[in-house]
Design a protein around this ligand. Structure first.
Ligand code: FMN
Length: 412
């Protein structure tokens, strides 16, 4: 799946949203996920997704963030699932509201929206991703599932939490199983929530009866989760995986000062997930804090949650000549006085041992983002060289080039 695309910004030509339609050369099946509450807009976005080579389009009805729900998008669509028997009259107020003037209130209930998208004339399957409901008091996923089948959805992904819960509790797989029973094989049901290992995913398929599982944070924590053999890398092998990411970033951003600077925005973010990995972990909700075990220095460095450590690790992975060099330098860092100090700081913040709540995606340090220095500039020649290299790579991989789309760039 690609990342959620706001249909409206996509249609306005936003290059960031447009980039989210891109399919990687090694993706056998690729779906584009759109956020919309309007049939005309959604159909136009589906057309663009299809032209870009998507195999299917997914409608996001699960996103709980205010940026989406205040526009009547994402999980806000769950408030009003039923299709109308008759056309809504003028006095028929719909609870799907919007406080953003550029996103007027939807005139569609979710069922109508999906029916409209399915019947919109774009020859591509439409699936829908939902949560259990907007809040724990409004769990309506069974009703929603029924509506989605009736409206012609080609598949349904159920994230086993309410929008209000965000990520704060364990996913409710019993409820996902109820959805499977209600849908009764009329369309495929994909279960989502807390799938952390390959075997764990298989177990969910067997016990909940879902047709498949969707992996979320597990893929960010444990990028090898899709390995069918259940590979469990040791510490050094994990360093190799993380260094491979550094190499991909070099390829993508360019192996120069500007590329390094760009990667330094993203790499530490990944480490906020990597550091949560612990072999055999079956629950996303908790893990023993660093104080409860006494791991070797390199392992303890990789498990360190401090952003200062993440920045240093990122720098070493970027600069190291090869995997062996990375392991040596990271081990030196792990044993250094500076890491000792960082670890002591983390322990003091944690208090005395206990269980750390890993309830949410990593927080963003907004003040730090505001203080960001301006992006370094490349010369025209450097830009041309990088463009030519990327084009050659895309052509070699058989990916057709995107036409340049002009439009106002939106921060993302
Ligand atoms: C960084 C991040 C980005 C996400 N982006 C999307 C998205 O674009 N569309 C979507 O439907 N869900 C998105 N999700 C939610 C996941 O797809 C998934 O539903 C959720 O993380 C629960 O699964 P998990 O418990 O396996 O993480 C995102 C989650 C994370 C952590």
């Amino acid at each position: 799946m690609g990342e959620m695309v706001y249909a409206r910004y996509l249609l306005n030509g936003d290059p960031v949203e447009r980039a989210r339609l891109r399919r990687a050369a090694n993706e056998d099946v690729f779906g584009v996920q759109i956020a919309t509450n309007d049939v005309g807009e959604g159909v136009a976005a589906m057309r663009l997704a299809r032209e870009a080579g998507a195999d299917f389009v997914d409608l996001n009805c699960g996103c709980p963030i205010h940026e989406a729900t205040r526009r009547g998008l994402g999980s806000a669509l769950l408030r009003n699932p039923k299709r109308c028997e008759a056309e809504p009259s003028d006095g028929d107020t719909l609870p799907v509201h919007s406080t953003d003037k550029t996103f007027p209130p939807s005139t569609h209930r979710l069922g109508e929206l999906v029916r409209g998208l399915v019947d919109g004339g774009v020859d591509i399957p439409l699936t829908v991703k939902v949560r259990l409901g907007t809040s724990n008091r409004d769990i309506n996923v069974l009703e929603v599932a029924e509506e989605m089948v009736g409206a012609g959805a080609a598949g349904l992904t159920v994230h086993g939490r309410s929008a209000q819960e965000r990520y704060s509790s364990a996913a409710n797989w019993a409820m996902i199983k109820e959805v499977v029973e209600r849908v009764d094989s009329r369309i495929p049901v994909v279960g989502n929530g807390d799938v952390l290992t390959f075997d764990g995913g298989i177990r969910r398929i067997e016990t909940a009866g879902v047709d498949s599982v969707m992996v979320g944070r597990g893929a960010l924590e444990t990028p090898w989760v899709f390995d069918e053999g259940g590979w469990e890398p040791d510490t050094k092998e994990r360093v190799e995986v993380y260094r491979r990411l550094a190499c991909y970033m070099k390829e993508h951003f360019g192996d120069d000062g500007r590329g390094r600077k760009m990667a330094s925005y993203f790499f530490p973010w990944h480490f906020e997930f990597f550091c949560r990995h612990s072999p055999g972990k079956e629950s996303m909700q908790s893990r023993l804090s660093d104080m409860d075990t006494n791991p070797p220095p390199l392992e303890s460095l990789l498990a360190c949650r401090d952003q200062r450590a993440h920045k240093r690790i990122a720098g070493i992975l970027w600069d190291s000549r090869d995997d062996g060099d990375a392991v040596t330098k990271l081990t030196e860092l792990a044993e250094s006085a500076v890491m000792g100090e960082i670890r002591r700081g983390v322990k003091e913040e944690d208090g005395e041992g206990g269980v750390e709540e890993l309830s949410n995606i990593p927080g963003e340090d907004k003040r730090a983002r505001k203080r960001r220095a301006p992006k370094p500039k490349r010369t025209e020649m450097e830009v041309e060289k990088i463009r030519a290299e990327r084009k050659a790579k895309r052509e070699a991989a058989g990916i057709t080039d995107f036409k340049h789309v002009s439009g106002k760039r939106r921060g993302s």
